[in-house]
Design a protein around this ligand. Structure first.
Ligand SMILES: *[C@@H]1O[C@H](CO)[C@@H](O)[C@H](O)[C@H]1NC(C)=O
Ligand SMILES: *[C@@H]1O[C@H](CO)[C@@H](O)[C@H](O)[C@H]1NC(C)=O
Ligand SMILES: *[C@@H]1O[C@H](CO)[C@@H](O)[C@H](O)[C@H]1NC(C)=O
Ligand SMILES: *[C@@H]1O[C@H](CO)[C@@H](O)[C@H](O)[C@H]1NC(C)=O
Length: 393
């Protein structure tokens, strides 16, 4: 479902990115006696020529922190010419083409064990940093905040732990943030959603928080929060992401609220996955306005009522999965969706439904969505509208 461009495309983007910075650098000329070009030249010398004298810098320092490299990925990391190191990409500075800087690092799928040293902060021209599918552990270095040109960071599928790496929120150029499949824990700062990012992947960690209402401020096209320990409700402010949001995956997060009708505003959304939560009440009729929707997965929740016919008429809908809920009505058009799954509901005359007893006991307590809106009302003595827990058998 998630599109990942090849490294060539990324480097192309990187090139465009560097171009866009040429003007800014030219404007910053001679502020501290040194031109930016001169400063860049010094950095380059430190990295490329003086590495052996300093001994403990940049990639070299990194090599010393690598504990295991089963595929000999860093075997070529010797000598002063870091630009020839496997996985290290250099580029010319657009403002001075005779200056070459380390612009990208790509160690994806190298299965390397180790940690990231603070010295990575010396690579101040880095635009791309990809280390997905390795065994890096520890925390994310604080000095990465010096990487003011970094626009893509992929730390996914490693063993990083500790609190959400706030240092990433200080990177002014960052567009693509991917920390999925790690062991980050605790809360997620609200500021994440105020940053001008294009993609947020924080799924499969141990993060726990209520999705804040400022999520609607995020201009991302893709956001994956799945498989964490989020709680609470689905904020109505999601509707404010209508100009940019393409995919949102919120599965398996412990969300417990009704669905806000504002989600119908997401006219560019192609993938909407809220499965494996405890979402309640009906599917809002407004979902029928999400005209780009291709994949809709609401399975394994506590949803009920009749499926709105407008949903099954959505022009691009390919896969509508709504099994393991308590729906009681399904328009015939839903049986014509290319791929659908309606098992384990309370649909009369459909195969593989829940037992009459399960349906009756659940539907005995109608859900009052005014009690399951965002923000959730404070818990009071009696719970008026709470349905019973889902039957276990
Ligand atoms: C690792 O690669 C380097 C250079 O590519 C080579 O010289 C070295 O012998 C390799 N080491 C092993 C253990 O294969
Ligand atoms: C570009 O960098 C070189 C050093 O490689 C320096 O000699 C030259 O003056 C620089 N040009 C500009 C326009 O800054
Ligand atoms: C969208 O943002 C505006 C403020 O910019 C706010 O007034 C409005 O309530 C938001 N919409 C939703 C659905 O939260
Ligand atoms: C439809 O989506 C469900 C859940 O998202 C998935 O398990 C199933 O394989 C999909 N079906 C097709 C035909 O792609």
């Amino acid at each position: 479902m998630m599109r990942r461009s090849s490294i060539t495309e990324k480097l192309h983007l990187l090139f465009l990115f560097l171009i866009s910075f040429a003007a800014a650098r030219a404007a910053a000329f001679s502020s501290h006696g040194l031109t930016d070009a001169e400063a860049g030249f010094i950095r380059r010398r430190q990295l490329l020529y003086y590495v052996d004298e300093y001994g403990d810098r940049g990639e070299r320092a990194w090599k010393q922190t690598i504990l295991s490299d089963p595929h000999n990925f860093t075997g070529s990391w010797v000598g002063p010419n870091v630009c020839s190191y496997h996985g290290v990409f250099c580029a010319q500075l657009p403002c001075n083409r005779s200056l070459t800087v380390v612009a990208g690092i790509d160690l994806n799928h190298a299965d390397i064990a180790g940690y990231l040293p603070e010295e990575l902060g010396l690579l101040t021209d880095l635009a791309l940093f990809h280390v997905n599918s390795n065994r890096f552990c520890g925390t994310v270095p604080q000095k990465l905040r010096q990487l003011t040109r970094l626009f893509e960071i992929d730390l996914s599928n490693n063993r990083f732990a500790g609190k959400f790496p706030r240092v990433l929120l200080e990177l002014p150029s960052l567009k693509f943030l991917d920390i999925r499949f790690n062991e980050f824990e605790g809360g997620v700062p609200r500021e994440l959603f105020d940053k001008p990012l294009d993609a947020i992947f924080i799924n499969h960690n141990r993060l726990a928080f209520d999705i804040p209402d400022n999520i609607g401020n995020s201009p991302v096209s893709v956001i994956v929060l799945a498989n964490n320990r989020f709680r609470g409700c689905l904020p109505a402010s999601l509707g404010n992401m209508s100009n940019t949001l393409n995919e949102i995956i919120l599965m398996d997060n412990g969300l417990r609220s009704c669905l806000p009708p504002e989600i119908g505003l997401l006219r560019k959304l192609t993938v909407f996955d809220i499965s494996f939560n405890q979402l309640l009440g009906p599917l809002p009729e407004e979902i029928g306005r999400m005209v780009s929707l291709e994949q809709l997965d609401v399975a394994h929740n506590l949803l009920s009522g009749r499926i709105p016919e407008s949903i099954c008429h959505l022009p691009h809908l390919q896969n509508f999965t709504f099994s393991y809920n308590f729906f009681t009505g399904e328009p015939p058009s839903c049986l014509k969706v290319q791929s659908f799954d309606d098992r384990r509901n309370c649909l009369p005359e459909r195969p593989l439904q829940r037992s009459v007893k399960q349906c009756e006991s659940f539907l005995w307590h109608p859900v009052d969505c005014s009690w399951f809106r965002c923000p959730l009302p404070p818990v009071v003595g009696v719970s008026y509208a709470s349905p019973p827990p889902p039957p276990l058998h």
